[in-house]
Design a protein around this ligand. Structure first.
Ligand SMILES: Cc1cc2nc3c(=O)[nH]c(=O)nc-3n(C[C@H](O)[C@H](O)[C@H](O)COP(=O)(O)OP(=O)(O)OC[C@H]3O[C@@H](n4cnc5c(N)ncnc54)[C@H](O)[C@@H]3O)c2cc1C
Length: 524
């Protein structure tokens, strides 16, 4: 006998050919990266009666893991928590390379039959909500043919990630036009870049620079990582022996669940310990690095001025970066660029580094909703003027959600929860016969924090004026804590007095408004 999911899959397969050419769907997802494919899988499992389409600008699934092609590209989250909660990661490697992650996402899309719902090579340009028609009208540009297409959808999900795909962040350097060598940005890695025997300088200190350094020492004459300031780096085993044993002896779903639970616990423990006992965690991280790099490397290059987890912590598999430094194939400079010269870089300290290739691992350009211009009844929506409700919907924006992952844990943990929550809202509306949902703030909940929270990373600081805000308290506060968010997203009542359905404030909403002056007066 077929089980429930088989029947759902059968239904989706039967309807997929009709859906794949439809221009009017129940749910329109923008983006076929990890989040968009995850959202589609959740929809097909949890809202089997809904039609949906995914509009994807690129010609392939994978988003980040299709775009970035630099040597060594890999996750710095463990795959047991970076994987979906419904699709086991079965490989023994803890951190996976880009092509494997892309394969995993593509395989998931195939397994849950969401592939036929994707329209590739199409960029969403604008989305307009009409309160009269109770739907979104979405304008899409086929970038190959320059032809426009229109779609309509009752519900819109933005799964566009958080950065601009067209260009990375690239500061201008003094004298850079004098440099006779080659500049490369990791976001646009030249397919056949030949760095054999070349002197490579990598500018940056984030996850990308830290990945590139050991990966390029295979062929380069020497690799120098040039950083303005150091980052905390933690070495993790490339293959976790406990996880590997569980995978060997247990069915894949059970092993995955156990490895995932364990790693969620470890991630949270490390984060909490860093916030509560920063000095202790700092000492531990630095002592582990010291043991791996030996006496040859100056610890000043690994000693940040901030506390662990004020910025995202970087990890390296089996200390690959430290090995490259120990062997002398790579080195680190912590200094400021004074000027570029014809054959390299002159530093403020007066030191000169010779270079044939300079990799500007200087980061991402944050962009919300993939640059889509959004209007609600003709009024433009500026993300920075809106609070995020449960980190998933935008204040005063009807029938829409965005998927943003954690900044202090694996992105997918939150992407899964957000998709599950969206499915709950859609099912609730179906049960009650509602057509429109919109989060309303009647309590002046806004704070100065952006949706990315307290993380002080450069790219988030630079984008503070473009990111949606978060509020002082739930449900407007973004909880960067998976365990706390589980009940909030999976079990809390949908009709909580903040969500307004079909333009009618709920009873709770009216009560909240009535008691607000009292709360303000009493400070409670
Ligand atoms: C190099 C790198 C390494 C990372 N490593 C980790 C890690 O180890 N752990 C972690 O938690 N996070 C990591 N991240 C963050 C990472 O981006 C997320 O974890 C995750 O891949 C995001 O998935 P997403 O689907 O939300 O967004 P993306 O992967 O960015 O996908 C967005 C998709 O939307 C499409 N799109 C955008 N705008 C439009 C539009 N207007 N019209 C149509 N389509 C559009 C894009 O083409 C893309 O396919 C990393 C990021 C980078 C850049």
């Amino acid at each position: 006998m077929k089980n429930y999911w088989d029947l759902i899959m059968q239904k989706q397969t039967a309807s997929s050919s009709a859906v794949s050419s439809a221009r009017s769907v129940d749910v329109l997802i923008i983006g076929a990266g990890l989040s968009g494919i995850g959202a589609a899988c959740h929809l097909s499992r949890e809202c089997p009666n809904k039609t949906f389409a995914i509009i994807e600008r690129r010609d392939a699934i994978g988003g980040t893991w299709d775009l970035f092609r630099y040597p060594g590209i890999r996750s710095d989250s463990d795959m047991y928590t970076f994987g979906y909660n419904f699709k086991p990661w079965t490989e023994p490697r803890v951190l996976a390379d880009g092509p494997s992650i892309k394969r995993y996402v593509t395989e998931t899309a195939r397994e849950f039959n969401v592939e036929p719902h994707i329209r590739f090579g199409r960029k969403v340009v604008s989305a307009d909500w009409s309160s009269i028609k109770k739907h979104w009208k979405v304008e899409v540009l086929n970038e190959a043919t320059s032809k426009s297409e229109s779609y309509t959808a009752s519900f819109l999900i933005g799964a566009t990630g958080y950065y601009n795909y067209d260009a990375g962040y690239r500061p201008k350097f003094e004298g850079e036009s004098k440099f006779k060598g080659q500049f490369v940005h990791p976001q646009h890695w030249p397919e056949n870049l030949d760095y054999a025997g070349k002197r490579v300088v990598i500018i940056g200190s984030g996850a990308t620079a830290i990945t590139l350094v050991p990966s390029m020492t295979d062929k380069a004459a020497h690799v120098t990582m040039l950083q303005r300031s150091p980052t905390y780096i933690l070495s993790v085993p490339a293959v976790d022996p406990v996880a590997a044993q569980l995978q060997k002896y247990l069915p894949s779903k059970i092993a995955y669940r156990l490895n995932r639970t364990r790693n969620i616990g470890i991630q949270r423990f490390l984060y909490e310990a860093s916030r509560r006992h920063p000095k202790l965690v700092r000492r531990l991280i630095l002592s582990r690095i010291k043991a791996q790099v030996g006496d040859k490397v100056d610890m000043r290059h690994f000693t940040p001025t901030y506390n662990p987890w004020d910025q995202r912590l970087c990890v390296v598999p089996s200390g690959d970066l430290f090995k490259a430094l120990r062997k002398g194939k790579a080195s680190i400079e912590t200094d400021i660029i004074d000027t570029f010269t014809a054959d390299g870089i002159k530093l403020r300290s007066g030191e000169k580094i010779k270079a044939d290739i300079v990799v500007t691992a200087t980061g991402l350009e944050v962009q919300m909703l993939g640059g889509v211009v959004v209007h609600v009844d003709g009024e433009p929506v500026m993300p920075k003027e809106h609070l995020t409700y449960k980190g998933t919907m935008l204040q005063d924006v009807p029938n829409a959600a965005i998927i943003i992952g954690y900044t202090n844990a694996s992105w997918t943990l939150r992407a899964d929860l957000a998709s599950e929550y969206i499915c709950r809202v859609i099912n609730y509306m179906d049960r009650k016969g509602y057509q429109v949902v919109v989060p309303r703030d009647h309590e002046d909940s806004a704070s100065d924090d952006t949706v990315m929270g307290a993380l002080a990373s450069g790219y988030i600081q630079r984008a503070a004026d473009r990111l949606p805000r978060q509020g002082k308290r739930a449900p407007w506060r973004v909880v960067q804590n998976y365990l706390q968010e589980i009940p909030l997203m999976r079990r809390s009542p949908i009709n909580d007095g903040v969500l307004e359905f079909d333009g009618r404030p709920s009873r709770q909403n009216v009560i909240n408004r009535l008691i607000r002056p009292m709360r303000l007066a009493t400070g409670l």
